[in-house]
Design a protein around this ligand. Structure first.
Ligand SMILES: [Zn+2]
Length: 86
């Protein structure tokens, strides 16, 4: 399957691999090296039905991850009141 036109802006999607970020319930996950069509103009990502099925299966079976990263989390309210950032 090939996507030739972006549904959002009409731009031209090109095939590349992306990282898909998702919340699986309480768990924030990233799936790397996912084949997608990405609009060159607005960045919108499109996945074909086979890829979508495989992503859903991965979410359902929750296998052991390839690797872990630590994610820094900021609280906007605390940061904006405690420091002169804005
Ligand atoms: Zn677009």
């Amino acid at each position: 399957m090939s996507i030739t036109k972006c549904y959002i802006c009409g731009g031209k999607p090109i095939k590349k691999e992306v990282s898909v970020e998702n919340w699986w319930g309480e768990t924030f996950t990233i799936v790397e090296n996912v084949p997608a069509w990405v609009c060159e103009d607005c960045g919108e990502q499109y996945f074909d039905s086979e890829t979508t099925l495989k992503l859903n299966a991965l979410r359902k079976h929750k296998r052991n991850p390839t690797r872990f990263i630590q994610v820094p989390i900021y609280n906007y309210k605390i940061e904006s009141s405690a420091r002169k950032l804005f």
